[in-house]
Ligand binder design. Structure first.
Ligand SMILES: [Zn+2]
Length: 398
């Protein structure tokens, strides 16, 4: 039998099979072997003592540039409305004693230690910051490329049409390495929905990148923006490349309008990412998924200038979202896990995801019997592998 790089014994799989062995070679899962099978020689062996092996989590929406990890506690300073938080960012972030690269690196390592293998982060592109935050995040990404994939969105946090030169700045951000172009509340923030949406779809078309738009606008106003986004996605033939972040409006509509919006999004190939916001109406995640919309999840703010909450743990996030949407049965929790792992990975352009022979070895282990327990109790992660390499152990990166 061909020797392997790493052998994991006494593993439990999500389908309930116990006593399994995983052989890893050249960054991939070479074989999954049943109890009693002959085991290959390995350079390194880990006895999992019955731990569950789950595919890497995907955090589909966060803000690496805003985190305060790495610093002593910084008390929340913004007033309870969005414009104050935006202004606080401009004032506070440049004066911190730890730069963007260092803070973003701290957060990436925390996410990895919790089993996250794939991240999409928004990065502020504003007249105040220019491309500085992006440069810091790209440096952190490069330093951690062996433990997670990181996709970046050039995010116009302070609006697109409100400030001179923002369209050119966003386009510069893409040239400097941002993977997608972002947007924000085209009606509420810019008061110019056509201007903002035409501008960012124009950038996407010229630069050949996807779009991820923060849409916090409530009710009918948000629905109007959502419809405009879907219309442009179809007109630009960008099905599968556009994401709406939050989509709070969907949670405030009667079910008939939710169904119509879900059908529109599914047809236009527009995805939705949610973090289960505490203070806003929550989109009907399962109704959307049922209608064929790609639904995935992220942590959004993690101990940062916008929120003191969050640890970077996507299982804890899954637990919060599951609690908010009130799903309790194992099969629904398994579907929710997909939104926090496989669906997110797909949205982030990760083609191969899962725990199966032949796939890249991105997974983690934890003491749980199944996915429902993993979400409900989100126990500590024991081992985390990325590309077949042990990258974290007992809550810390190695
Ligand atoms: Zn966000």
């Amino acid at each position: 039998m061909t020797p392997c790089d790493t052998l994991l014994t006494n593993a439990r799989l999500a389908d309930g099979r116990g006593g399994m062995a995983l052989a890893l070679t050249a960054g991939r899962i070479a074989a999954i072997l049943p109890p009693g099978a002959a085991l290959p020689q390995a350079t390194t062996t880990h006895d999992l003592h019955g731990d569950l092996v789950l595919p890497a989590l995907a955090d589909g929406h966060m803000h690496l540039d805003k985190t305060l990890f790495g610093l002593p506690w910084v008390s929340h300073q913004a007033e309870p409305f969005r414009m104050s938080r935006i202004e606080t960012d401009q004032r506070l972030l440049p004066s911190l004693p730890l730069n963007t690269e260092a803070r973003a690196g701290e957060l990436i390592r925390r996410c990895v230690a919790h089993g996250t293998g794939h991240i999409r982060t928004h990065v502020d592109i504003t007249p105040t910051f220019g491309l500085k935050a992006l440069e810091g995040v790209l440096a952190a990404r490069a330093a951690h490329a062996h433990m997670a994939t990181v996709q970046t969105v050039a995010f116009p946090q302070a609006g697109v049409m409100r400030a001179q030169g923002m369209v050119a700045l966003l386009e510069d951000a893409i040239r400097c390495g941002a993977d997608l172009v972002g947007g924000i509340d085209p009606a509420e923030v810019d008061r110019d929905p056509r201007g903002q949406l035409d501008a960012i779809f124009g950038i996407a078309e010229r630069q050949g990148v996807g779009i991820d738009i923060h849409l916090h606008e409530p009710g009918e106003l948000g629905l109007f923006s959502l419809q405009e986004i879907c219309a442009r996605t179809r007109a630009h033939a960008m099905q599968g490349q556009v994401t709406i972040s939050h989509g709070f409006c969907l949670g405030g509509l009667p079910e008939s309008k939710q169904q119509a919006a879900a059908a529109l999004m599914a047809e236009a190939g527009v995805a939705l990412v949610s973090h289960g916001a505490g203070g806003a109406t929550l989109p009907p995640l399962f109704l959307l998924a049922e209608a064929g919309v790609r639904v995935f999840c992220g942590n959004d703010d993690i101990r940062d200038t916008w929120s003191p909450y969050g640890t970077g743990d996507m299982l804890e996030r899954a637990s919060v979202i599951g609690w908010r949407v009130d799903v309790r049965h194992d099969n629904l929790l398994e579907q929710l896990y997909g939104m926090c792992a496989g669906n997110g990975a797909q949205a982030l352009g990760v083609a191969e995801h899962g725990v199966a022979a032949g796939l890249p070895a991105h997974f983690y282990t934890l003491p749980a019997e199944n996915i429902a327990e993993a979400i409900g109790q989100h126990p500590p992660r024991h081992l985390v592998f990325h590309n077949g390499r042990l990258v974290a152990k007992n809550g810390a990166t190695v």
